[in-house]
Design a protein around this ligand. Sequence first.
Ligand code: SF4
Ligand code: SF4
Length: 448
Amino acid sequence: MSEFAISTDLFLLPNDEGKTVLYAPLAGFVCHGNEDLVALLRDLETLRSEELSAEQKEIVAYLIRRGIVNGTVKRPIRARSGDLAPSKLTLFPTDQCNLKCIYCYASRTRTHRRIMDWETASSAVEYYLDYLSRTGDEVFDLEFHGGGEPFVAWNLIRRIVDYTHSRCGQLNKELKVCASTNGMLSESQLDWITEHFDSLIVSFDVLPRVQQFHRPSGIEGASFRVVHNTLKYLDRKGFRYGIRCTVSTFNLELLAESLDFVIQNYGCRLLYLEPVSACGPNVTLHKSLVPNLHRFAEIFQSIEPLASSHGLSLGYSGARFDRLTPHFCYVGTDDFAVTADGLLTNCWQVTSADDPMASTFIFGRILPGGTLSCDARKLEALRSLTVLNYSYCADCFAKWHCAGDCVVKLGDDNLAGARKNDRCETTRRLIAGRIAKLLEREDYYEKV
Ligand code: SF4
Ligand code: SF4
């Protein structure tokens, strides 16, 4: 029996120079390895310490100190069972919108006007307050998201925030509020939002001609003008926000110009670039807009240095290097997200009972007074959607950053099945690039 066991995910990645990079994300470890080290690791679990040379013993002792060998590295996962155990409340106040974005995933299911009623909203707030009282958590995180554009339900949002604020005051909870928005906001709305919210993510495709083509409002140039004014306002106030820019065949080759435009015009510190996907109900409509993902990765990497030299983080959802998680998004977590109709959904794109994937993702509803009706079997099935259960991802070095990608974008009914799409290659390339960057940092090295 060997005395040694590799106790964390350890990936051996060949690099362009014919060397091997050792990457153990859960142990926060990356280094170059020569052939001897690779051979030692390959055989380690069959060796005894008296069989090791003095140099090998030193290396193994170091790997033990770093938790790579004989360690107890914790996995970033909380086993869930029983009742819902949410970490925030997400509300989809409406499926209506004031833009007509050409790639919108929600537009096909937006068949009738829906605005959340007050009873649904206040019941959701009361459920979450009750949950926080039971767990003793101090912070009430509240988020507004689409369906449509949340701030179209302006009076409702004000009422919800005022109500939650007052109830949190009574119960000694701290309220934090954020939203994703298309940024079509007036100055008086912004006055109120910046008083009551903590942050915003603004969906904005940056260059005037791109915004006009991707996200028309019906009035020539208006969607760029209004969102531009919104961002300028947020900058004047020093308010925290990020920009989410959708990338299609139309603006793929304009990303360097878009980045430059952001740097010249806005104080934003976070720019997400998200390629259009052909998925969901609009699959045919979207196909011609889907950019070449290899080219996307190439451009992303080429503009990253300019972004970081201006203190701007570039993000892409599959390749978030700063996180280690078994969940790509809220799918598989105990997210408490309530649609305009009072349904509980685990996927933020599935916000209506009409959606073709509703039977998978909608697992219950909020009841008047703040209790839940949950389909426990569905909830358990959703909880199993984590990278730990995706055999396709088991040996992927990007797994704790990508976590198996968006299950809806798979375009397959088997949500735990093979990923098989070129988003994998994009993700792995971008994560490999981030690992290589770490290895370039001289201050990163520890003397072994
Ligand atoms: S195999 Fe693909 S989907 Fe799975 S973790 Fe790796 S990059 Fe992500
Ligand atoms: S599964 Fe995909 S579409 Fe649904 S919430 Fe997650 S990332 Fe969004």
